[in-house]
Write a protein that binds this ligand. Structure first.
Ligand SMILES: [Zn+2]
Length: 461
């Protein structure tokens, strides 16, 4: 075990006590990254014009309700969810041709039996493209971005009336597509999955099926990014400099022993999804994406849910991106004018430059994670003795990309990591800081400075 007991340690201890006085909440959070030049160079390739063309195409199908037409004649006529699905698949295939066949384009198709919002058995199809990792030992690691391509109007069972779904969720589908187009021009050691799901409005049916498949097949899925309503609706009170990032606190998939530990040690804000949200905040400070992630420490908005929850239920880290201020006149509404108020999810309310900035934040996050080493395994905090030091141990990051490890920590009252210390290429460290007063985590770092998601230790006697 490496003992990191140096003079700098006392400086760090002093910094921590400053943080605990509450000062750090308004200060720029530490630590900071340096940008990967390859990722930074790719981000300007994300095109607001392409995103606009893709959202316009999605709206052109009239309705994309999961219960709408998907017979061959309707697909040929360009109407209904079947036509939307075929077009999304053809787009992924086009991107793949442009990268020498680098994408594997697939569908996850199943029949959903009748439910309250699905009157008769209905075929649901998720469409996805896989950019396989180039490193044999890391290709099984995955990160994912998704949007839902189904839409709805006022009546959740109306399969023929217009349901443009420009923002909800043409915008998120366009983010997934544009990330695929731009990132397929690059290579990463780990795998990136670009997904478009259906059935969201009927009850998260598509994402539930997909996340369960990922779980059943033992996917090593480190992160799922769900973009839903990221159109930057042009209402007067919109803030186009912010995108909200929702993350669950206490994991829905936590076991009883997990819950006992969370209760006793104050782990309510340290789910894997929350670490992913903090990672996104760091990416937002590192790369010039043109907007700021605003972390919201709750699963979702009041009265609403989304596809990230399906991944959370299977135990995966997943977050939701949503514009700062939603206009509910423009969601789940028949297109109409009432008392001079325009209702409906129309193209004219979408800010394509805003969607492009959200896509850049997503692309930077996916690229940073797919470039990074796997997180360290079996991270423990030793609690054998009553003492004022903190002893951490871990197993090497699997896959061989890590060249060293970093300890991060923050005051128990602080939302984001405040401090980082290099621990070298070791599998343990002792800090002259009390584990009772801070929350610690360990992350793996490669030679180029790519960081893994941090892992909060579990106590070990
Ligand atoms: Zn939605």
């Amino acid at each position: 075990m490496l003992h990191l007991f140096r003079a700098t340690r006392w400086i760090a201890a002093a910094l921590l006590s400053v943080a605990m006085a509450g000062v750090a909440q308004s200060a720029k959070p530490e630590p900071s990254y340096s940008a990967d030049p390859q990722i930074a160079a790719a981000l300007p390739q994300v095109s607001a014009q392409r995103i606009q063309a893709n959202i316009e195409k999605l709206v052109s199908f009239g309705t994309r309700l999961t219960l709408s037409a998907q017979d061959p004649a309707s697909i040929a006529a360009g109407h209904g969810i079947g036509a939307a699905r075929e077009w999304i698949q053809s787009e992924f295939e086009r991107y793949s041709r442009d990268c020498g066949g680098c994408l594997e384009v697939k569908t996850d198709r199943f029949t959903e039996e009748p439910t309250e919002r699905i009157p008769k058995a209905t075929e649901i199809t998720n469409v996805y493209a896989v950019l396989k990792g180039t490193d044999a030992a890391n290709a099984k690691r995955m990160v994912l971005v998704t949007g839902h391509y189904d839409s709805r109007n006022t009546d959740i069972l109306d399969g023929t009336g217009d349901a443009p779904g420009a923002n909800d969720d043409g915008s998120g589908t366009a983010v997934s597509l544009e990330c695929a187009r731009v990132l397929s021009q690059l290579k990463f050691p780990a795998t990136i999955v670009f997904l478009a799901v259906a059935g969201e409005e009927q009850g998260l049916n598509g994402s539930k099926h997909f996340a369960k498949m990922a779980k059943d097949q033992g996917w090593d899925l480190e992160a799922a990014l769900n973009d839903d309503i990221v159109g930057g609706d042009k209402s007067a009170e919109q803030d186009h400099s912010l995108v909200r990032v929702f993350s669950e606190g206490v994991p829905v998939a936590a076991s009883e022993p997990d819950l006992r530990r969370i209760r006793s040690l104050g782990g309510e804000s340290d789910s894997a999804s929350r670490q992913l949200a903090r990672y996104i905040a760091e990416v937002g400070r590192t790369y010039d994406v043109g907007l700021k992630p605003m972390l919201v420490f709750r699963l979702d908005r009041f009265l609403r849910g989304g596809d990230h929850y399906s991944f959370n239920q299977q135990g995966f880290a997943a977050v939701r991106f949503t514009e700062f201020r939603e206009d509910f006149h423009h969601q789940h509404q028949n297109v109409r004018t009432d008392n001079g108020v325009q209702y409906g999810d129309l193209l004219k309310f979408v800010d394509y430059d805003y969607v492009a900035r959200v896509a850049r934040l997503n692309a930077a996050t996916l690229a940073a994670l797919a470039s990074a080493p796997a997180p360290p395994a079996n991270v423990h905090i030793l609690t054998r003795d009553l003492e004022n030091d903190t002893r951490l141990s871990w197993e090497a990051s699997p896959g061989g990309l890590a060249s060293e490890y970093e300890i991060v920590w923050r005051a128990t009252t602080s939302p984001e990591w405040e401090h980082a210390e290099k621990a070298g290429n070791a599998t343990g460290a002792t800090l002259k800081l009390s584990k009772d007063n801070a929350i610690f985590a360990v992350r793996a770092v490669d030679r180029a400075g790519h960081r893994s998601l941090p892992v909060v230790p579990v106590p070990e006697r």
